[in-house]
Design a protein around this ligand. Sequence first.
Ligand code: SAH
Length: 251
Amino acid sequence: MNTLSAALLLSCGLAWSAEAPAQTPDNDPYASARASMVARIAAPTAEHPVTDSRVLDALRQVPRHLFVPKSLAPKAYSEEQLSIGKGQTISEPAIVAYMTQTLEPRPADKVLEVGTGSGYQAAVLSRLAKEVYTIEIVPALAKQAQSTLQGLGYDNVWVKAGDGYRGWPEKAPFDAIIVTCAPDHIPAGLVDQLQLNGRLLIPVGVDKGGKWKTQALVVVRKTDKGMVEEKRLNVHFGPMKGEATKRKSSR
Ligand code: SAH
């Protein structure tokens, strides 16, 4: 068994209390910064305004500053990609919001995320779906994210260290799958793990070449008539590592 397949399976089983869902402390010094962030994301003048009130509420609840290194907390609510260590970054709030809205998470949904990073996107999704499973290829990041999520009481998120290229077969099928690192093709294993009417949201393409000349955010829907693929915005995510780099196409 290699290190990745032997990777630890971490579950966020502990909540602050059985009653209180994960919430921001009352004395939160960043409450107004977070409110401004949400207002900016929802403004009609935003590049891609997010209007789904459930998504905006989730962004209001999750303390983004606790998902970045302490020294970067003052920048947590600005539109910047911030370093979370191990050469990885947390996406800007506007892109997290846009992707969350596009994924259409519903209260009874089971969601998979590939690319846990800080755990922030998983925390946002956990407010909108029933269960969130998230996989991170860098074990130290998986461990840190699990500890942050557990400490804040997100008890419907499960973190696994490993390569997410083939999804999480034991927990499939999923109503929605979100990928926050970019392969140069759509991994067939992820499409297979979608429920009927399920949505896969994935940045595809690495710099140039391939089917997409630049990296684009793609939505794949599993319908009763087959897969429907729709290209959305151009984006800039770091590459999907591991098995994705060894394959040109998984089909
Ligand atoms: N969603 C994250 C940001 C993700 S950055 C957040 O909210 O903070 C992309 C992450 O994908 C990085 O942490 C990177 O290590 C991870 N990654 C890259 N390739 C991966 C793979 N094959 N499987 C799982 N995670 C991967």
